[in-house]
Design a binder for this molecule. Sequence first.
Ligand code: G4P
Length: 527
Amino acid sequence: MSQSIEIGKRKTFGIVSHPDAGKTTLTEKLLLFGGAIQEAGAVKSNKIKKHATSDFMEIERQRGISVATSVMAFEYRDKKINILDTPGHKDFSEDTYRTLTAVDSAIVVIDVAKGVETQTENLVKVCRMRKTPMIVFINKLDREGKDGFDLLDEVETKLGFKTCPLSWPIGMGQRFQGVYNLYEKKLVLFRPHSKQKDAEEVIVIDDLNNSLLEETVGDAAAQELREEVEVITEVYPSLDIEAYLEGRLQPVFFGSAINNFGVKEMLDCFVDIAPNPLPRETEERIVEPDENKFTGFVFKIHANMDPKHRDRIAFLRICSGIFKRNTNYFHVRQEKKIKFSNPTAFMAAKKSVVDEAYPGDIVGLYDSGNFKIGDSLTEGEKLHFKGIPSFSPEQFRYVVNKDPLKTKQLNKGLDQLMDEGVAQLFTVQSTNRKIIGTVGALQFDVIQYRLKNEYGASVDYEPVNLHKACWITYEDGAKYEDFKLKRKRDLAQDVEGNLVFLAESAWSLKMAQENHPEIGFHFTSEG
Ligand code: G4P
């Protein structure tokens, strides 16, 4: 089939939320609509369970199931929809940030009672930086929660959104009767105990003055709905698809994922308005999805759970052209040709070998150590995809090798774990000591455990007092030399050999910035 038809069918997105807002439940309902799974409970939640006895053993368990949930594809209304999994746990935010580089749009799930939570704020910030189009789903309307208008205000102030409600709730919790779908002008009634598959009953009401409204929801609720919809029409903008696509306007839906209520309305709107695979920026030029030649980049690497088999799966986002099995492609960083005999596609929890994949698709490539996150594959052109930076870690520790006889294994293990993006490694210039930087404390346990189990290397950690790692840029060579000399003690290299300034505190960073105004300090490796 032609490439342009295939591109027109694809919608690749991620769900962004704070843990427990309902991401897994929503994903599952979406897959049920697509017929990709047959029953509830098929998608294993890949979150750290609240009552896990040991967090990091739980992570190992999660790692086992997260290959299956990394990409979940389904078909709906003749579209091929790819959902990329985004860990909600804050210690894994960097994983999520990187996955968000591979999506074309996002759905933000918010718990009606809890409102906008911190992890949602962090992840939305990353999406906003990239102007990712976002749709908001306010979940758990079957429970008591915040007033709808207050929530919209909160979403606007905390997330910097311009909201555009496309559905509006009628009551909440015990009194929840359903939503009025402003997008399709119909009343969707909530029937939680119905025997049918869905808890929805749909009544088309083009005109809210129709007395059918009173008959179905009662006088008081009908009156309230009319007044609220009037406010919405006056105060909130109507749907402007261009503004949504440019990240300037965010449609909002209300529903209850667990009851499969309001999900179909959102999905139908998503299918209508969400972008097809978008052009991607590289350092060299913009890559359009409909270009003839294949290009793609690796945004995630998943190590094998079995230590005897060191192979890993590299997840490749296809950006242009058609990816074909058993075809030689150019590995830009390694400057070598490489081909794949078993590239894998994901349909819900099922994996299968693919012969061809199109822009917007994700394929899993079996890898014996060739790939790092951010690597590009092309038909020969030297392209470096942008937007897959390292982020400044928040926690730092010195690594201490407990078994010098295993130094080689340790170095290999550290290299491979860093390629996977588990953490970042910095080598202090003045002492040659190695510092591991992570987003969350859990990773230190994971690294220690995996080094021991997979590489036979033992490490300990020592505390190091650091606040941030900043990547350095400069224009004036002489001033750069002067900076390097004066701040030698605070400088390190990342695994790519980039110079990094290790700031002990916010104050010392501020001082360094003031004393060296000609040097650029950046919180991501892309500046
Ligand atoms: P997450 O992936 O975002 O972390 O959230 P998840 O879907 O696992 O949902 C978190 C909890 O919220 C689950 O309950 C889930 O059943 C519940 N939930 C999701 N959607 C709704 C909804 O629309 N209404 C209500 N009332 N609850 C909802 P749990 O008790 O933590 O887990 P479980 O034992 O039910 O799996």
